[in-house]
Design a protein. Structure first.
Ligand code: BGC
Length: 382
């Protein structure tokens, strides 16, 4: 009996195993493909202006895959690609795929704005006893440097480099005495730096040969989801006051507390939660609690993607503008239609109309002195 069992056992095992028990030749293991990303700063052509000027596009990439594209026309931030909580990259700025989109006219998408960002009341100011008249390009007021501000000029490449810590592009522009009505030849530069720590730094420098006023900023429209409206974005502002404005959005001179009003973002609040109670939507300059040193001014969290953008600045103010004038008439990147509130701006700056409001922090630049400000955007996901 025992013997029969063993004979059967051996037979069954042999039959069952015969075809499959051949020693499997191990399939060669696919070599693990690890994308090695290096910090890099590259240049390519982005086309030509109508008067035949070559426009360059600079791409800064860091080791985590963040990618910032900047062009020499308007020193515009064309795109900023940032990962979400699952590592998926999306471009989180509004703009166009081609240079022609920018040349056709747009509300300062990604632009470097100057010589004076924001509004100057009645388009004039007095400096050293002389009255200077500027273009009234926003009803009776002057907005974002005039008819042809720094956003519409071609900037010169000064530096394009990368090392293991950062990728940098430095662009310069000389604004001549009298340009758009402003006094003094102004030599200015903007330096974009993408760091290995997922920061995009905006550094501005300028010098003048005659007393002038200056207020430079970047006017990017952000959308941390990469699409749709921004009403669900949660915003925190390190500001307990804002500058009250009249119907033309010119400050009255009063800095009012945000407490118990829809203007309060001292704790995280979605942009859309109280926007209906703010006539026209947010378009206000906040008075930052700490100024002068690079300090945290704002943080924005987008719940669906998990993306976070923190903003640090040396400037005393920040303009919150919620894309109130976007009306669906512009079609941007990848055919996206830009409707109302599809992007928000957080423009670090001196206060609007400072040349006419001596009680505000000064925007006067004297010959021999150096204008130097810095704003840092830090990106991560949670
Ligand atoms: C201003 C808005 C303006 C927008 C586009 C923002 O900085 O505050 O009033 O409509 O720029 O020009």
């Amino acid at each position: 009996m025992k013997m029969r069992f063993w004979i059967n056992f051996v037979l069954v095992v042999t039959v069952v195993c015969m075809p499959g028990c051949k020693k499997k030749t191990p399939t060669p293991k696919e070599p693990e493909v690890k994308e090695i990303r290096l910090m890099s700063a590259q240049k390519e052509s982005f086309g030509q202006t109508s008067d035949g000027r070559q426009i360059d596009l600079f791409t800064l990439t860091n080791t985590s895959g963040l990618r910032a594209k900047i062009m020499s026309y308007g020193a515009i931030l064309v795109s900023m690609e940032v990962p979400d909580r699952d590592g998926n990259l999306a471009d989180i700025t509004l703009g166009f795929d081609t240079l022609d989109g920018y040349l056709a006219g747009h509300p300062y998408f990604g632009a470097t704005v100057g010589r004076y960002a924001n509004r100057i009341g009645k388009a004039k100011f007095v400096l050293d006893g002389v009255e200077y008249e500027l273009a009234a390009n926003n009803d009776e007021n002057h907005l974002h440097g005039g008819v042809k501000g720094f956003d519409k000029v071609v900037w010169k490449l000064e530096d394009l480099r990368s090392d293991s810590n950062e990728a940098v592009v430095k662009l310069s522009y000389i604004s001549e005495d009298g340009e758009e009505g402003y006094p003094g030849n102004l030599a200015c530069s903007v330096i974009y730096t993408l760091t290995k720590d997922n920061e995009l730094k905006f550094s501005y420098e300028a010098q003048t040969d005659k007393t002038t006023v200056i207020n430079l900023t970047n006017h990017s429209y952000w959308n941390l989801a990469g699409q749709g409206d921004v009403l669900g974005h949660e915003l925190t502002l390190n500001a307990e006051k804002y500058t009250v404005v009249d119907s033309g959005l010119i400050p009255t001179g009063e800095n009012r507390s945000v407490k118990d009003t829809p203007m309060d973002f001292t704790l995280p609040m979605s942009i859309g939660s109280r926007i209906g109670r703010v006539e026209g939507g947010y378009d206000h300059n906040y008075v930052l609690n700490s100024s002068g040193l690079l300090a945290r001014a704002a943080a924005v969290y987008e719940p669906t993607s998990g993306r976070v953008m923190e903003i640090y600045t040396s400037e005393p103010g920040i303009q919150l503008y919620t894309g109130n004038f976007l009306d669906g008439s512009l079609t941007g990147k990848e055919g996206k239609v830009y409707n109302k509130h599809y992007g928000f701006c957080l423009e670090t700056q001196h206060f609007p109309d400072s040349p006419n409001k001596l009680e505000f922090p000064s925007v006067v630049l004297l010959p021999g002195l150096k204008y130097s400000t810095e704003t840092v955007h830090k990106f991560y996901a949670r």
